[in-house]
Design a protein around this ligand. Structure first.
Ligand SMILES: C[S@@+](CC[C@H](N)C(=O)[O-])C[C@H]1O[C@@H](n2cnc3c(N)ncnc32)[C@H](O)[C@@H]1O
Length: 218
C-alpha cells in the first residue's frame, strides 16, 4: 500500500481510541477523569510538544505502571505516535492533539504527577515571546495542573531558550531546581533514561550540547 495522505492520517486519528482531539466526546469529558480513561489509579505523566512521541512511547514502555499523555498540535506527528503505540500494544499511552494554551481545559488542578517539555520551538524573535512554551503565561498553566511536589522537566538544545527559561523561573517560587548546560556530561544524565527524541538526535549530531533542568513548584 502507498504512503498515506494527510487526510487519511487525520481520518485515522478520528478513529483511534488513543488520540484525543476536538470533536470527540472524550476530549470534552476527560478533564479530572484521566484515571478512568486509563482504567487504573496510576500516575499521569504529560509530555508537552511531544512531536512524534518518541519520549512518551519509550517512557511508557520503560514504566508500565505510569500513564503517559503526549501533547502536540500537529496531526501527522500525533498519527505516527498513536500508530506506534498501537503497534507496540501500549495501553498506558494517549495523545492529545491540541494547542497547549488550552491545557487547563483537559487536566484539572493537580491531576498530573510529572510534566516533561522536550525541545519546544525556541521562538527567538522578541515578538514571538508569547509563543515560547516556557514563558510566564505557560508556567502559570503548568503549575495549576501539576501535583504539589510533582516534577517539571525540560530538555532543549537551544541555549537562548534555556537561559530565557531560567530568567522566567526567577519570577516563580520553585524548589529542588537543578540544571545543566551539558546533560550528557552531567550527573543528571540518569534522568534522561537514554531516550532521545527526534530533535534531540538532530541537534546532538550537529554537536549541540543538550540543556536540561528539573524543579518542583512550591
Ligand atoms: C521542535 S518540535 C519538538 C518535537 C519533539 N519533542 C522532539 O524533541 O522531537 C516542537 C513541537 O512543539 C509543537 N508545538 C509548538 N507550539 C505548540 C503549542 N502551542 N501547542 C501544541 N504543540 C506545540 C510543534 O507542533 C512541534 O511538534
Amino acid at each position: 500500500m502507498g504512503k498515506k495522505t494527510k487526510l487519511q492520517k487525520f481520518s485515522e486519528n478520528r478513529e483511534s481510541s488513543n488520540v484525543l482531539e476536538a470533536g470527540k466526546p472524550i476530549f470534552d469529558n476527560v478533564k479530572g477523569k484521566w484515571n478512568e480513561y486509563f482504567k487504573n489509579e496510576n500516575d499521569i505523566v504529560v509530555e508537552l510538544a511531544c512531536g512524534w512521541g518518541e519520549y512518551t512511547l519509550a517512557l511508557a514502555e520503560r514504566f508500565p505502571n505510569k500513564n503517559y499523555v503526549g501533547v502536540d498540535l500537529k496531526g501527522e506527528r500525533i498519527w505516527k505516535a498513536s500508530r506506534t503505540a498501537t503497534q507496540r500494544n501500549l495501553s498506558n499511552v494517549a495523545f492529545l492533539r491540541m494547542y497547549i494554551n488550552g491545557i487547563n481545559e483537559l487536566f484539572k488542578e493537580e491531576e498530573v504527577a510529572e510534566i516533561w517539555l522536550t525541545f519546544p520551538d525556541p521562538r527567538p524573535k522578541d515578538r514571538d515571546e508569547k509563543h515560547r512554551l516556557t514563558n510566564t503565561y505557560f508556567f502559570n498553566k503548568y503549575r495549576q495542573i501539576l501535583k504539589r511536589d510533582g516534577w517539571f522537566k525540560f530538555k532543549t538544545d537551544n541555549t537562548a531558550l534555556f537561559d530565557y527559561t531560567l530568567r522566567t523561573l526567577s519570577e516563580f517560587k520553585i524548589k529542588d531546581h537543578v540544571f545543566t548546560h551539558d546533560l550528557y556530561n552531567s550527573e543528571l544524565l540518569g534522568d534522561h533514561f537514554d531516550i532521545k527524541t527526534k530533535y534531540e538526535k538532530i541537534w546532538t549530531e550537529k554537536g549541540e550540547a543538550i540543556k536540561y533542568m528539573k524543579f518542583r513548584f512550591e
